[in-house]
Design a protein around this ligand. Structure first.
Ligand code: SAH
Length: 203
């Protein structure tokens, strides 16, 4: 499936019904999700691979990975309402994804059950709570060898130093991220930010 075709399929998915600011529930726009998944696919990290999506929200990355031929996909998300939408999205695409309501920070999370080849994720950027992305990075590197995540522009040096000795940044793909007005504290209808898709490889 080419990039444009993937983007069109992901465009049809539903977003958060009532997004929560505290959880930084920003839906990844279809072009950005497609870009991450296509990039990972071209590197052999999706097809016939076990994939996990951490903080999967309404499941755009998880469902897209399944569409691209991942052998098994699990989406982990703290918010049951988002998981309900994600389940419907998987049905819309006719793909099979296992969704799990869980907190990535929980020490009780069964790491063995989540072990996979590749993590794809758009974690909270830490706009509401500093370093909110760290438990996601930690868990991702515990369960997978390859991690593709979406981060704020300029995050690469911080992520590199945070993961020093555990992972290396293989590439940084800069990407426009059109953010629609989601929360009351947003003044503009739309803001275009730049994000970085970071590919981390565990060492
Ligand atoms: N990955 C989705 C959603 C991105 S928004 C997408 O690409 O569209 C970040 C998501 O992380 C939200 O759905 C939020 O509810 C979830 N989240 C925040 N803290 C979490 C935690 N501690 N454990 C699991 N999920 C969490």
């Amino acid at each position: 499936m080419n990039l444009r075709h993937l983007e069109i399929r992901l465009e049809s998915l539903a977003g958060f019904e009532r997004p929560t600011a505290r959880l930084e529930q920003y839906q990844t726009p279809a072009p950005v999700a497609a870009r991450l998944l296509h990039h990972a696919m071209m590197q052999g990290a999706i097809e016939d691979r076990r994939v996990c999506d951490l903080g999967c929200g309404t499941g755009i990355l998880a469902c897209g990975a399944a569409l691209l031929g991942a052998s098994a996909v699990t989406g982990v998300e703290i918010d049951p309402a988002a998981i309900n939408v994600a389940r419907r999205n998987a049905e819309t695409l006719g793909v099979s994804v296992e969704f799990l309501v869980a907190d990535v920070r929980s020490p009780d999370l069964d790491r063995t059950a989540l072990t996979c080849d590749t993590v794809v994720m758009n974690p909270p950027f830490g706009a509401q709570k500093a370093h909110a992305d760290r438990p996601f990075i930690d868990l991702a590197l515990e369960i997978a060898g390859e991690v593709y995540g979406i981060f704020n522009e300029g995050s690469a040096p911080f992520v590199a130093s945070y993961t020093e000795g555990r992972a290396e940044i293989e590439e940084v793909v800069r990407c426009a991220f059109p953010m629609r007005r989601t929360f009351a504290h947003h003044r503009k209808e739309r803001v275009d930010i730049t994000v970085e898709i970071l590919h981390l490889r565990r060492i």
